[in-house]
Design a protein. Structure first.
Length: 299
């Protein structure tokens, strides 16, 4: 039998703990009272989630194992987000893997997801399109046929609205089964027939940058990290190439590794100006010029 919940939150810690498909750390990047909503529907095989938050966020974490999770925007505004160095717009679907992810979300953002176990998803692909999900599309963003994507987002919205207003309807086996079958059919067709988007150079290097930085942290446990030391390390040409350039994305992809950076460094004390400060808001993406001036000052 299907069941559903509709929850509201006023702090990011409780919100991140309630997300059932991933282990995430949510870092607000603006001041203000945090507010979020989470609607969750669990059917026989398929899980549906709809999220909303009012403040811009940086997200770091990974999907939980044994489920294949597909994420997409559920509203036209804001019209884009950053996912592992890639721009994702309304109408795209993120094909999540179990690797670490890093995302940047704008304020007043609405995001939805659909997930099935890996075995159930493979079985659904075989039944609907005659083959398993091709491995070369893993870890990509796909752009489905607009008509299929419109049907998926509309049905996803309908399920979320039922869960909020009349959740007893979802407890009827005939209703939940019909909705589940339609959602499974649409998500399989969207991700198998959709065109994979080209991964930019920054996206291809993203995992290498994060892995190199985390290896540096592991090699220097319980040690205060100074900017000159970091710049002199093997990270010099990757993590700290943050000088703004006259191009559309200004600060480049380097900031996409910062959620992991902050999740590690913000736990370290900061007794003097030479240390990286504990206050995360001091180094928001909007303050990248201040970051660059500090790096130059300690060079």
């Amino acid at each position: 039998m299907a069941w559903s919940t509709a929850l509201c939150f006023n702090d990011p810690l409780s919100f991140q703990a309630a997300i059932s498909t991933a282990d995430l750390e949510l870092l607000p990047t603006a001041r203000g009272q945090f507010r979020a909503e989470l609607t969750r529907v669990c059917m026989n095989q398929l899980w549906v989630q709809r999220c909303y938050q009012n403040l811009p966020l940086m997200i770091a974490g990974a999907m939980k194992p044994r489920r294949r999770v597909f994420t997409f925007l559920t509203s036209a505004e804001p019209e884009a987000m950053r996912h592992c160095g890639m721009d994702v717009v309304s109408g795209d679907i993120i094909v999540n893997t179990f690797d670490e992810i890093h995302q940047q979300l704008e304020p007043e953002f609405r995001l939805g997801s659909i997930s099935l176990t890996t075995d159930d998803f493979d079985a659904a692909c075989n039944a609907i399109v005659g083959h398993e999900f091709p491995g070369d599309k893993l870890k990509l963003v796909v752009r489905p046929n607009p008509e299929l994507m419109s049907r998926l987002t509309e049905l996803h919205r309908t399920v979320g609205q039922i869960a909020k207003t009349t959740p007893a309807i979802l407890e009827l086996p005939q209703v939940s089964r019909a909705l589940e079958q339609q959602l499974v059919h649409l998500i399989v067709r969207c991700v198998t027939e959709g065109a994979p988007l080209k991964i930019p150079l920054g996206g291809r290097n993203h995992d290498m940058i994060v892995a190199r930085f985390e290896a540096f942290l592991e090699a220097n446990p319980n040690t205060p990290l100074y900017l000159p030391e970091l710049r002199a390390s093997t990270l010099k040409q990757t993590v700290f190439s943050l000088t703004p350039r006259p191009r559309p994305l200004g600060f480049g992809m380097s900031f996409n590794c910062l959620p992991s950076l902050w999740s590690q460094l913000r736990l370290r004390p900061a007794p003097s100006p030479l240390w990286l400060p504990k206050n995360l808001n001091y180094f928001l993406p909007a303050d990248r010029h201040r970051w660059n001036r500090i790096v130059q000052h300690h060079s």
